[in-house]
Design a binder for this molecule. Structure first.
Ligand code: PEP
Length: 253
């Protein structure tokens, strides 16, 4: 049976002190009342990764992700951070292809693939994000849009590495809007993604791969979303910034 993942993407929020306080509180709540059936991950900004990693290493209970990485190992790329550097810190996961990076930083499917491969090369698990825009959904093109993203990136991953990839289905129209996909809309897309994975990597790989949902997920809608057969947890933005709310979402998985 697949273990659930609930990951909090803090985006560009929280100073170091705020991030440490939030992490402490999440760990405390999970120690008081463990949720061992769920892998809990937080993705702070780069500036907080090292101290939060030290805290996590001391306390256990949760895991650490970065929000992005560069596709090259090192070099003249001012302002960038490589997967090697993240792994060296103790980071275990990295989000790649988030729709905000695709939109604001013009990240293409090819770049998302290169970043995922850079992560896998050093032993980081990429959380690869996919999702259609509102326009694509209203034109009835949401499956085609996601299929194209998958074909251009996920399906080109080395089959030996696919077990280390986590997929996040994040419809762009649901991110930060308060308008989550219905459990039925999310389930049908997750099932579609899983069958696409099966077509390329085989049934066992598809049965094992984790596909999490993101987009205005909160403690009120998470239980129904996470109880769908192909939804293996969530990537949580806004609702991950409050420890109590985030841990309630974890408990609903
Ligand atoms: C996200 O940024 O990955 C996300 C899902 O955001 P939100 O939960 O705020 O919609």
């Amino acid at each position: 049976m697949r273990k659930k993942i609930v990951a909090g993407n803090w985006k560009m929020n929280n100073t170091l002190q705020e991030g440490l306080a939030l992490t402490f509180r999440i760990i405390d709540l999970l120690k008081e009342n463990p949720a061992d059936h769920v892998k809990v991950i937080v993705a702070p900004p780069f500036t907080s990764l090292h101290p939060i990693c030290e805290l996590i290493n001391k306390e256990g209970v949760i895991h650490l992700a970065a929000q992005d990485c560069h596709q090259e190992k090192s070099g003249a790329f001012t302002g960038e951070v490589s997967s090697d550097m993240l792994f060296d810190l103790g980071v275990k996961y990295v989000i790649v292809g988030h729709s905000e990076r695709r939109h604001y930083f013009n990240e293409t499917d090819a770049l998302v693939l290169a970043k995922a491969e850079a992560a896998l090369d050093v032993g980081l698990r990429p959380i690869m994000c996919f999702g259609e825009t509102q326009e694509q959904r209203s034109r009835g093109e949401h499956f085609d849009a996601v299929k194209k993203q998958l074909e251009n990136s996920l399906l080109k991953i080395n089959p030996a590495d696919i077990a280390h990839v986590v997929i996040a289905y994040e419809p762009v129209w649901a991110i930060g809007t308060g308008q989550n996909a219905t459990p039925q809309q999310a389930q049908e897309m997750h099932a579609f993604i899983r069958s696409t994975v099966a077509g390329k990597f085989g049934k066992n790989a598809a049965d094992d791969i984790l596909i999490i949902y993101g987009g205005s997920c909160n403690s009120k809608n998470s239980k129904e979303l996470f109880s769908q057969p192909d939804i293996d947890g969530g990537l949580i933005g806004g609702a991950s910034l409050k420890a109590d709310e985030f841990v309630q979402i974890v408990r609903s998985a």
